[in-house]
Ligand binder design. Structure first.
Ligand code: SAH
Length: 467
C-alpha cells in the first residue's frame, strides 16, 4: 500500500517540517498490523514528495484477530487484498505516524501548518465500493480535483471486467492537516470494510476528524453510516450530534483536552469555583427556587445547585449530547435518590432556537457560554432567552478579554479556549448587555468575578439582568 503526498509550495522541503519527518532519511515505524515506512522519492525546493509505504502482515493479522473467522473461511484470512490496498489500516498509520500533522501542529512551521498549500495525494490502490461516482461525490465537494484510473480485475482476462480498485490522485489547495483528516475518514468509507469492530468511541473520532467539514458534506449520511460499519444506532447518534454542531454553528464545544487548556490557564485563581459561588449567590439574593442553566456543559453548576435545598427545580440544557452524558455521570444520576432526581432535569437543545421548555423559570444562568456562539447568532439567543423564555433573572458570565494579558502562557491576541468565537472587553459586554436590557425590558448590572486587577479588571465578568 503506497500513499504519496506532494507539494510545490516553495521551499517544498518544508513538507518535512509539516510531517515531522526529515526528507533526508528513510524511517520505519512498527504498527499493530505490520510496518510503516516513510521516505521522500523527491525533495527539492520546487517539489517535494513524501511516501508512506505500509507493509500489512496478514499472518500477524490472523494471529491477533479476536472473534470468529470471517465468512470467507480460512483461506481468505491469509490471502486477501488487505496488504495492497488503502483501507482503515492506512487511517491507523496516518494517526500514528502523522498524528501531529493531521491535527495541524508543527513545531517549526506553525503558520505553514494552518495555511492552504498546493497538495497532491496519490493512492496507488484504493478500493471504491460505490465506484468512481461515489469517489467523486466524497472528494469533489471538499474542493479536490479527482483523477481516477480503474483497474481490470485481471489484465490478462479482459472478459472478467473491471475491479473495484482505482489509482486515485487528489489535488487541492488545503492545509496539510485537512487533507490528512479527509483521507483518515474517507479512505475507510470507500473501502467499506473496517478491520476492527467499532464502538461509541468511534463517533468521537469521526466528529473530531470531521470537524469543520463533515457537518456540511452532502454525503454526510453515507459517510457516517459506512464509517460506523453500518451500525444504525451509532450512525443516528453521530448524525444527531453533527446536526447539533451545525445548529450551534460551531464545533463540538465540550472536548476535554481543550477544556483542560482553559482550565489550566485559569487554575491559579480557581476561577471556576469562584464563578459558581458568585452565580449561586445572585440566585440566593433574588430568592430563586427554579432555575435553568443553559449551556450547562458537564453540570458543575447543577451539582452545586443540587446541594442547596432551596433550589427545588433545577434544569440543565446543552446542545451537546456528550456533555449531557458527562453531566449525568458527574451528578451520579443513576444512583440519585428519587427525591433528588425529581428536582433535576436535563434537556438537549440549542439556545439559538425557540424552545417552550425554557419558559416558566424564575432564573436562567448562562455561564461561559455566549463566547461559544457565533456573534451572528447572538440576536437569536436574545430572542429565545429574553423575549420568549423571559425568566425574572438572567445571570450571565463571560471572559473579560482585557485580563488575558495577565495569563502567562497565553499568546497576545489569542483566546483562552480554541472554541471561543470572541472574548469581550468590559465595555463590549456592557454595550451588548445594555442593548438587550433596553430592548427586552430588563435592568442590568455588572460585577467582576475573581481577583480585580486595577488596570485590566477581573478575569471573568458577570452581567445580572432583572425585570
Ligand atoms: N456552563 C458550563 C459549560 C461552559 S462551556 C460551565 O461553566 O462549566 C460552553 C457550553 O455551551 C458547552 O457545553 C456547549 O456545548 C454549550 N453550547 C454551545 N452552544 C450552545 C447552544 N447553541 N445551545 C446550547 N448550548 C450550547
Amino acid at each position: 500500500m503506497l500513499l504519496t503526498l506532494s507539494t510545490t509550495h516553495a521551499p517544498a522541503t518544508d513538507l518535512g517540517y509539516l510531517l515531522h519527518k526529515s526528507p533526508h532519511k528513510a524511517q520505519s515505524f512498527a504498527l499493530p498490523f505490520g510496518e510503516g515506512h516513510v521516505f521522500y522519492p523527491e525533495a527539492t525546493s520546487e517539489r517535494c514528495t513524501a511516501a508512506l509505504l505500509l507493509e500489512v502482515d496478514p499472518v500477524a493479522l490472523v494471529r491477533s484477530r479476536k472473534g470468529p473467522p470471517g465468512e470467507g473461511g480460512a483461506l481468505e484470512q491469509y490471502v486477501n487484498d488487505r496488504p495492497y490496498v488503502a483501507s482503515s489500516f492506512l487511517s491507523v498509520a496516518l494517526s500514528r505516524i502523522f498524528g501531529a500533522a493531521m491535527s495541524g501542529r508543527s513545531r517549526e512551521r506553525p503558520e505553514l501548518a494552518a495555511q492552504p498549500l498546493p497538495l497532491t495525494a496519490r493512492l496507488s490502490v484504493l478500493p471504491c465500493r460505490g465506484g468512481e461516482g461515489f469517489l467523486r461525490r466524497l472528494f469533489e465537494p471538499l474542493g479536490y480535483t479527482v483523477t481516477a484510473t480503474r483497474h481490470a480485475l485481471d489484465e490478462t482476462v479482459p472478459e472478467w471486467g473491471a475491479s473495484r480498485y482505482f489509482t486515485v490522485t487528489l489535488e487541492g489547495l488545503k492545509p496539510l492537516g485537512d487533507l490528512l483528516s479527509h483521507l483518515y475518514v474517507l479512505v475507510p468509507v470507500l473501502d467499506d470494510d473496517k478491520h476492527y469492530w467499532v464502538t461509541e468511541d468511534e463517533i468521537d473520532k469521526l466528529l473530531r476528524h470531521g470537524e469543520g467539514w463533515l457537518a456540511a458534506h452532502p454525503e454526510r449520511e453515507a459517510i457516517t453510516l459506512r464509517y460506523l460499519r453500518h451500525q444504525r444506532g451509532l450512525a443516528r447518534e453521530a448524525l444527531d450530534r453533527l446536526a447539533a454542531v451545525e445548529e450551534a454553528g460551531e464545533p463540538e464545544a465540550v472536548e476535554s483536552a481543550r477544556d483542560e487548556e482553559e482550565a489550566t490557564l485559569e487554575r491559579r485563581v480557581s476561577l471556576d469555583e469562584q464563578r459558581r459561588e458568585a452565580v449561586v449567590a445572585v440566585l440566593v439574593e433574588h430568592g430563586v427556587t427554579r432555575v435553568v442553566d443553559v449551556g450547562c456543559g458537564e453540570g458543575k453548576l447543577l451539582k452545586a445547585l443540587l446541594k442547596e435545598r432551596r433550589f427545588t427545580g433545577i434544569t440543565g440544557m446543552d446542545v451537546s449530547i456528550r456533555a449531557l452524558e458527562r453531566a449525568k455521570e458527574r451528578l451520579g444520576w443513576e444512583r440519585l435518590p428519587d427525591l433528588q432526581r425529581q428536582r433535576l432535569q436535563l434537556l438537549h437543545g440549542s439556545l439559538v432556537y425557540r424552545d417552550k421548555r425554557l419558559a416558566g423559570y424564575e432564573a436562567a444562568t448562562v455561564v461561559e457560554v455566549i463566547e461559544h456562539l457565533d456573534p451572528l447568532r447572538l440576536a437569536a439567543f436574545e430572542r429565545v432567552l429574553f423575549e420568549e423564555a423571559r425568566p425574572g433573572v438572567v445571570v450571565l458570565t463571560t471572559p473579560n478579554a482585557e485580563f488575558n494579558v495577565r495569563f502567562e502562557g497565553l499568546a497576545p491576541g489569542r483566546f483562552r479556549h480554541r472554541d471561543h468565537r470572541f472574548e469581550w472587553t468590559r465595555a463590549e459586554l456592557e454595550t451588548w448587555a445594555r442593548g438587550v436590557a433596553g430592548r427586552c425590558g430588563y435592568g442590568v448590572r455588572f460585577s467582576p468575578v475573581g481577583p480585580v486587577d486595577a488596570e485590566v479588571g477581573a478575569p471573568t465578568q458577570m452581567a445580572v439582568f432583572t425585570r
